[in-house]
Design a protein around this ligand. Structure first.
Ligand SMILES: NC(=O)C1=CN([C@@H]2O[C@H](COP(=O)(O)OP(=O)(O)OC[C@H]3O[C@@H](n4cnc5c(N)ncnc54)[C@H](OP(=O)(O)O)[C@@H]3O)[C@@H](O)[C@H]2O)C=CC1
Ligand SMILES: Nc1nc(=O)c2c([nH]1)NC[C@@H]1CN(c3ccc(C(=O)N[C@@H](CCC(=O)O)C(=O)O)cc3)C=[N+]21
Length: 293
């Protein structure tokens, strides 16, 4: 069993990004600038956004964090997004999800200029991705592709089973794994809460990607011997013995599943860290105006 080490890989990618920034600086080019909009004060969202800002600093990007009260109106938020669209100093920005219930996620995402949508959530980016055209690929799926690539895991002809069909993880992941691309060419099965006999599918998976948000849901009996298991899930469970008061648990029961796997991601220290660096990589592309010149 080989651990897919998100900590090591993300550190390598950060070092590459830092190098790129130094080259840009030496040539007097535009330093990449990522902005994030955070609405309300959800604890987990706060952690992720801070981690994005910190990672920007580490690689030498500029970053801006705009915070708004939970009570901001939809129209006010859309106006702020327009301002970001028009601000030439900002190369890419994200609106942290989830949003308060009175704000339409769809409207928010569709207001973001596609060329600044480094999350890759705008329908134009999803459509371009599905057609195998250059596009911003959503950070979590992009991070998973890079893990598979850097560990030289063969995907062609494999059966990839994705559990979860969210717009930010499962759905784009299933599209990417089925594409005719170097990391792709899988036969893909996409499972969700209406899937009957989920185990029947997971047991057939050469590559199993789990993003359903239920801690330790996937057990050893659901896994084929030698499978590659990618655990996207992140749940904070109360834990008094930890300094933070919680511990982070994935969607996979790691201790019993790991011995059956050829490769597996840990949680924490797996996919989450790749998500953050992938967002920075998209921001670098945005600063270079690679897709929408
Ligand atoms: N590591 C990272 O970078 C990231 C981690 N996450 C984590 O990944 C997990 C999933 O997030 P996200 O994709 O946003 O989740 P959502 O809650 O948006 O979607 C969950 C998906 O799982 C499906 N599902 C729920 N229960 C079952 C079940 N019993 N059997 C089969 N499918 C089921 C749902 O089906 P249906 O559509 O029918 O409701 C849905 O498609 C969360 O723990 C989240 O915190 C999320 C983003 C990034
Ligand atoms: N517009 C938008 N874009 C997102 O990309 C987005 C979002 N909204 N909403 C929430 C999810 C979740 N997400 C994570 C980011 C980093 C870690 C991460 O750094 N994880 C570390 C630490 C985990 C921790 O301390 O909580 C790890 O897994 O080791 C995890 C999850 C991005 N998301």
């Amino acid at each position: 069993m080989i651990l897919l080490d998100g900590k090591k890989l993300s550190a390598e990618i950060k070092a590459e990004l830092k190098n790129e920034v130094e080259n840009i600086r030496a040539k007097g080019g535009k330093i990449p600038h990522l902005a994030a909009i955070l609405v309300g004060n959800d604890g987990a969202s706060e952690t992720y956004v801070k981690s994005k800002v910190k990672s920007c600093e580490e690689v030498g990007f500029s970053s801006t964090l705009l915070r708004f009260e939970e009570s901001i109106s939809e129209q006010e938020l859309l106006t702020e997004i327009q301002k970001m669209n028009e601000n030439p100093d900002i190369d890419g920005f994200i609106v942290q999800l989830p949003l308060p219930k009175h704000i339409s996620e769809t409207k928010v995402i569709e207001t973001i200029a596609p060329e600044k949508d480094v999350d890759g959530f705008h329908p134009i980016n999803i459509g371009r991705m599905a057609k195998n055209l250059p596009a911003y690929i959503p950070a979590t799926p992009f991070g998973i592709l890079q893990m598979l690539e850097r560990y030289k895991i063969e995907t062609t002809g494999k059966h990839c089973v994705v559990v979860g069909r969210s717009n930010i993880v499962g759905s784009p992941m299933s599209i990417l794994m089925a594409r005719n691309a170097p990391i792709g060419n899988c036969t893909v099965t996409l499972c969700h809460s209406k899937t009957k006999d989920l185990s029947k599918f997971t047991q057939e998976a050469d590559i199993l990607i789990v993003a359903l948000g239920k801690p330790e849901f996937v057990t050893a009996n659901m896994i084929k011997e030698g499978a590659v298991v990618i655990d996207v899930g992140i749940t904070r469970l109360p834990d008094e013995s930890s300094a933070k008061g919680y511990r982070i648990v994935g969607d996979v029961k790691f201790d019993e599943v790991a011995p059956k796997c050829s490769y597996i991601t840990p949680v924490p220290g797996g996919v989450g860290l790749m998500t953050v660096v992938s967002l920075l990589q998209n921001t670098l592309l945005a600063a270079k105006k690679i897709f929408y010149a």
